[in-house]
Design a protein around this ligand. Structure first.
Ligand SMILES: [Zn+2]
Length: 266
């Protein structure tokens, strides 16, 4: 079978605890879990289209944008990566309409177990999607802040006590550590916060355990680079976060190649 067109990040949904992946390629949406164990090849044609405006671009910025959109679109504003810099609560944003839906709404501060325990912030509606996107095997909410800025303030304090990063190498080589008591960690996080922020802590945590379609973890991994080699693939032995894991240890971060035109064969 063959599919071609611009690719974008995989969509996820849950069936029980199992994460189901769908990969958009051109106008098609491919169920990825069914490809597990099969030979799969991905070839980059050399063309990139901006995931926002669709225009051709030589280089992709922030995982799929042309330079113009990267510099002006609300999706790439500073507060996406650093919530504490959000100014929407002061009435300032690239696009206030967008900010109303994305920054001036409830934001969860959570703890998740990816390569280790880490803290993060996400929009209220995005919670499970966010956890699946990062390959978290377990996660629990800590607080529900009224806007992105406040969630950022909480995260900044928690970052002094918890990691906020995932080691992608560890994530793709091992299952998540089992010895982290996530409920206890979430409770510990709340105690650290000053009174003014602790009021946003949740009495009733939302917790989840997620299972990824992984047949086996490779001993060594190398990241595919479509810009350099234009090809990636092999026998698909796992999907975790936004990564495809191939037998032999090649991995590809699909999200990184948003807007890349590919030819996929399996
Ligand atoms: Zn664009």
């Amino acid at each position: 079978m063959k599919l071609s067109g611009p690719v974008s990040k995989m969509h996820t949904c849950l069936e029980g605890r199992s994460v189901l992946y769908t990969l958009p390629v051109g106008n098609e949406k491919l169920s990825m879990n069914q490809l597990l164990g099969l030979q799969l090849s991905i070839r980059f044609t050399g063309q990139i289209s901006c995931i926002k405006c669709g225009s051709k671009t030589k280089k992709s910025f922030a995982q799929g944008y042309c330079y113009r959109c990267f510099a002006a679109a609300p999706e790439t504003e500073e507060c996406v990566l650093r919530p504490e810099l959000c100014r929407a609560h002061l009435g300032q944003a690239r696009d206030m309409q967008y900010a109303k839906l994305n920054c001036l709404t409830g934001q969860y501060v959570y703890i998740s177990v990816t390569s280790g325990a880490k803290v993060g912030v996400t929009r209220q509606k995005q919670l499970l999607t966010r956890w699946a996107d990062q390959g978290a095997e377990r996660a629990a909410t800590i607080a529900l802040a009224p806007n992105r800025y406040t969630a950022g303030l909480i995260e900044v304090i928690l970052k002094e006590h918890f990691s906020d990063k995932t080691s992608w190498q560890k994530l793709l080589k091992y299952p998540a550590p089992k010895d982290i008591d996530i409920a206890a960690e979430a409770a510990r996080a709340c105690v650290i916060l000053p009174e003014s922020l602790r009021q946003h802590c949740l009495h009733q945590q939302i917790a989840a355990e997620l299972e990824y379609p992984v047949l086996g973890y490779p001993a060594k991994i190398t990241a595919a680079n479509l810009d350099k080699d234009s090809c990636a693939g092999g026998k698909l032995c796992g999907i975790k976060g936004q990564y495809l894991i191939f037998e032999g240890g090649q991995v590809i971060n699909i999200r990184k190649y948003g807007g890349y035109h590919i030819e996929m064969e399996w």
